[in-house]
Design a protein around this ligand. Structure first.
Ligand code: AN7
Length: 363
């Protein structure tokens, strides 16, 4: 346990004897069975892949560890990325562990507080741009071409290589690929990587089948669904507020080769799934992550037959990244009381005296 992606999946990764053995404990994330949603939707086997359990609390760590190890091997002393937040947190962490400088370009006003705090804590140089993610990525790509900094966005193929290990883990646990994989889509690196991972595992005989890849974008930021770049993408799920995905072609290939689909869900549907995951599964995820669950709900409500199917939803990041968003689903404010038992008991509507208890227990 905790050996990391490079060691665990070495033979499937582009490593050489000179690649440093970098890890801060990424990978081996839980695949947990649904407690409630499965029953509600009539699904026999529904699992959540909890990528928020990675060291920086998002899926990005798997690809980042490979990208940064290869950057070290290549002699780079600076890594650079554009980010809606999670990539920057991950780059900053692995940059710190590797002992190199990290520069992150983030869109002003649209990065969740927790993610920015991480980049700052890990000591990255944070540059806030008066523009959106797509503009930031264009600048990062141009900078990396002209200077000796290593670009660690998912246009860097090493990111995809490391990221594909999440698909390996699902097969390792289930014994085969699921029938359907639901996954949020922003810059489309993740869906591209999962598809590569499933295919590679099938090709070496570790899986007998391939899943249908079901990607979901947010309605106001759905360039792949609409078939055109979106100039000014808008969604409450800031992580996937992306109008011109770098791995667009990879997403189309995953969709078409797997006979899957790339659809879109509204902010209201995303928030419904975000709330439902917390309230009925005990899983506090990011709004962007909830897009995969919203996509599943939409798929089933739309009449798809899911009986006998094994389904995995990829939960890409932890809800703690964006504590402010909880306001959107809060229907009970924290209450305050004096620090004595009578006052608290009164608040709970329980008799003040007597120790028979039982108020909070099932009889
Ligand atoms: C929680 O951090 O693009 O389709 O710069 O943070 O692989 O881009 C984040 C994307 C889904 C979409 N869920 O994945 C970034 C960034 C969460 C995310 C996505 C992101 P891709």
């Amino acid at each position: 346990m905790g050996e990391g992606v490079l060691k665990r999946y070495a033979r499937y990764l582009p490593l050489t004897p000179d690649t440093p053995a970098l890890s801060i404990g990424e990978g081996e994330t839980p695949l947990v069975r649904s407690h409630h949603l499965a029953g509600e939707l009539g699904i026999d086997d529904l699992y959540f892949k909890l990528e928020g359990c990675n060291p920086t609390a998002s899926f990005k760590d798997r690809g980042m560890v490979v990208a940064v190890a290869k950057a070290l091997e290549g002699g780079y002393t600076t890594i650079l990325c554009a980010s809606t937040g999670n990539t920057s947190a991950s780059a900053a962490a692995y940059g710190a562990a590797a002992g190199i400088e990290t520069v992150v370009l983030v869109p002003r006003g649209n990065v969740a507080e927790g993610k920015l705090s991480q980049a700052v804590a890990y000591g990255a140089r944070v540059i806030t741009l008066r523009g959106n993610f797509d503009a930031a990525l264009a600048i990062a790509r141009e900078l990396a071409e002209a200077r000796s900094v290593c670009l660690v966005n998912s246009v860097n193929p090493h990111r995809i290589e490391g990221q594909k290990t999440a698909a390996f883990e699902i097969v390792d646990v289930l014994g085969d690929a699921p029938d359907l994989l639901f996954i949020p889509v922003g810059n489309a690196g993740n869906i591209t990587a999962y598809w590569k991972g499933f295919r590679e595992y099938r090709d070496v005989g570790n899986a007998a089948r391939l899943p249908r890849m079901m990607g979901f974008q947010a309605e106001g930021a759905a360039p792949i669904v609409e078939g055109r770049a979106i100039e000014d993408p808008q969604t409450i799920a800031s992580a996937i507020r992306i109008g011109n995905p770098a791995n667009w072609a990879g997403a189309l290939a995953a969709r078409d080769e797997s006979e899957g689909d790339i659809g879109m869900v509204s902010d209201a549907e995303i928030l419904e799934a975000y709330k439902l995951m917390a309230r009925t599964e005990g899983i506090f995820c990011e709004a962007a992550s909830a897009a995969s669950v919203a996509g599943l709900i939409k798929h089933v409500r739309g009449g798809a037959d899911v009986t006998g199917r094994t389904i995995v939803c990829v939960i890409t990041g932890n809800g703690l990244k964006d504590p402010g968003l909880v306001q959107e689903i809060a229907d009970r404010a924290p209450e305050e009381a004096p620090a004595n038992v009578e006052a608290v008991a009164r608040l709970l509507g329980e008799p003040v005296s007597g120790t028979s208890g039982g108020g909070g227990k099932r009889s």
